[in-house]
Write a protein that binds this ligand. Structure first.
Ligand SMILES: CC(C)(COP(=O)(O)OP(=O)(O)OC[C@H]1O[C@@H](n2cnc3c(N)ncnc32)[C@H](O)[C@@H]1OP(=O)(O)O)[C@@H](O)C(=O)NCCC(=O)NCCS
Length: 190
């Protein structure tokens, strides 16, 4: 555990759903938090692409004292036509927790909230990509039931490979299960 990490959280964190009216207050902090751990920061348009259309699938963890941003998850949900019949696919695009607040279940809570919101909107599955060397992220998702569906060689600009992870929310037809490993890469790296 790193020395700056908090031994305990500052009380019960607030988890709130993103709304457009919060953009001015939180988008700069969301960008700062996410770009901190990325080699290639996303442009503001990437954030707006997700937040304008699927703000209801974005959750923020806030400090209960000053309402500052501690963690965020950004997702989308769309029909995925390469499956037959098409599936409704949730996608976790970005997830980050401020380094001093890690190891207290904040990301776990954010991912669970996003999965719940996608399930309520009838999602069939949730997918994401994560760097194969990102042990905390791999552990977190696998603990929540995500399975490795595909290895994406040299997926990131830094040359690192990724795993596509998938969480099946509904039972699938065994005849179409092979599709899971045939996905086209239609996502941004997270
Ligand atoms: C990956 C990342 C989001 C994890 O955030 P986090 O808030 O530390 O994650 P969690 O606390 O939910 O889980 C981490 C560990 O804390 C443990 N934990 C401690 N207290 C916990 C609690 N109250 N409830 C649940 N888990 C708890 C978990 O068991 C887990 O342990 P593990 O090592 O067995 O997996 C964070 O490291 C991060 O922001 N990294 C940089 C960005 C990144 O890599 N994002 C993912 C891209 S796909």
């Amino acid at each position: 555990m790193d020395a700056t990490r908090m031994a305990e959280l500052p009380g019960e964190l607030q988890y709130i759903q993103y709304e457009h009216k919060l953009e001015a207050q939180y988008l700069p902090a969301i960008r700062a938090l996410i770009s901190k751990d990325l080699s290639e920061p996303y442009s503001i348009y990437v954030y707006r692409y997700f937040l304008y259309q699927w703000g209801h699938l974005c959750y923020m963890a806030l400090d209960p004292i000053d309402a500052s941003l501690i963690g965020v998850i950004i997702c989308k949900l769309e029909p995925h036509a390469s499956h037959s019949p098409p599936t409704l696919r949730g996608y976790i695009a970005m997830l980050a927790v401020s380094s001093s607040y890690r190891g207290h279940g904040v990301a776990t809570s954010l991912v669970k909230k996003a999965i719940h919101a996608m399930t309520q909107r009838n999602a069939d599955e949730v997918v994401l990509e994560t760097e194969e060397t990102n042990i905390p992220a791999m552990r977190l998702y696998e603990r929540l039931g995500f399975l490795r569906s595909k290895k994406l060689h040299r997926y990131y600009l830094n040359g690192n490979s990724a795993y596509r992870l998938v969480l099946l929310l509904k039972s699938i037809d065994p005849d179409s299960a092979a599709d899971l490993s045939l996905d086209d890469v239609d996502h941004i790296p997270s």
